[in-house]
Design a protein around this ligand. Sequence first.
Ligand code: ASP
Length: 603
Amino acid sequence: MLDVLGSLERTHTCGELREANVGDRVVLMGWVAKKRDFGVFTFIDLRDRDGVTQVVLSSEKATEAHGKAKTIRGEFVLAVKGEVVKRDEGAKNAKLSTGAIEVKVEELLVLNDAAVPPFQLEVAGSENLAAEETRLKYRYLDLRRPQLQRNIRMRAKAVKAIREYFDDRGFIEIETPILLKSTPEGARDFVVPSRIHTGKFFALPQSPQILKQITMIAGFDRYYQIARCFRDEDLRADRQPEFTQLDMEMSFANREQVYREMEGMFNHVLKLIDITLPAEWPRMTYAEAMRRYGSDKPDLRFGMELQDLSEVLKGTDFAPFADTLAKGGEIKCVVAKGKGDYSRKHLDELQEFVKRYGAGAMAWIKIGDEITSSLLKVLGEGKITELAAAAGAEKGDAVLIVAGKKSVVAASLGALRNEIARREGLIDRSKYECLIVTEFPMFEHDDETDTYVAAHHPFTSPMDEDLEMFKTAVDDQSQHHLLGQVRAKAYDAVINGYECAGGSIRIHQKDVQALNFKALGMSPESASTQFGFFLNALEYGTPPHGGFAAGIERTCMILCGTENIRDVMAFPKTASAQDLMMDSPGVVDPLQLDELGINVVEG
Ligand code: ASP
């Protein structure tokens, strides 16, 4: 028989009572985290979102309550009434905020029972957690774990801090619709069929990009929104099909003004974990980041910059290197400090690692008592010594070398740099290193289709300095390749090697926007079908404007110190875009499909 709550009210949470409360009569409610039965005494750890309090039932003092306690198990829901007492010195639990006291129970109400959970909730160490699939299926149980409770509450605090920041600075929160038209962030849209307009579809926003720009045209001047975004992308462990962004836009602003808001917002939010970032973050152009770190989101918590060996190898007759240089490629390396004793097996592993990023091979030099190298026979000891010196390597170091196309060298050595730092523990986890990466390329070349695609999105403005080149490249087909050199007023905020935000100054002139659609291979007709409304809007007095969007999940991962995106979302989907708890996506009633005029073709 279960008890009823009736008019009973909680006096305290399970994380609240301290020594100062000794003697108080209290009412606590919560879940049974643990029960220990010692015959005359039964101890229960009672848990709610704020903590755990030990409550004690004795067969002498509260016979009825003690009797009831016999029947309860883990995750039963209880209310206890009793007196706060001081624990004996030896029985204090320093790990518990309430560890100095316990509650001597006089009355126990069993408010609900609970089936035996399919996994143990409280385990020591995340490595002992049950399989993630099981935990996602029973998400409501997994969410009871203190760690997830803390993360989800941290997320709420972060969102509150973001709102505070932008409200204080005169930004206006404006909601934009979820049922929208295709928005161009480069991923696939999720579409929603319209019943009233059979055969037509809404698209869920990949971001509120166009609408936030329209709020600028509409004169709101400063907009922000905590916006849910949807992207039907190929599956990746750290991606979710729906996620949340802080989205902002401001009028009459130059890049520096937007950077200040990015810095200001992150600096304000990171105060939640007592981290002080510099008021002004370092800036680095995309070109410099790629050259020095092989990455547009370099982790600056450690050095190990890429070194260019192309100059020393100029004129080499070793065919692979000579070919690379002749084709305009590069030969670069990273130096693994103190790793001159890497085994052949280890070097082979690293070679396999860089191959995943397109590198054909990885050459190496090890500087022990003598110099050894995979290139010794082909280059000779003199050249090897010269290369080691050019790399800045010293006795005891290993030099790891990749040759090839610039993009491949950057990608493979950039990844190798991170991998070695991770494996060798070179990253100081207490550090927070931020920067703003600027002047991203405007276009990326798609080798498969030999076309240029927007590197950010098609509303991003070219750099003023590159505007003429941009116009020439679009108007003169023979100069089309120049698109690859056009830089954009696009930027990213990077913290500890993670891209936390990205944005741009937008095109605010209709003819430049039309030119950009043309550069992207869109005919005037298709530009008009897709974005005619926007091109129209641009005609009616559009102020110069720009903004950015920051990933709420990414930010919360930094705040919570987790590398698992699902740890900062209450109801995440799996890496294969499924909700295991609700078992979605699922089939719908054939009647519903009929109404929508949809015929599902199997296979
Ligand atoms: N809409 C962009 C994105 O979602 C951000 C921006 O340009 O403001 O990445």
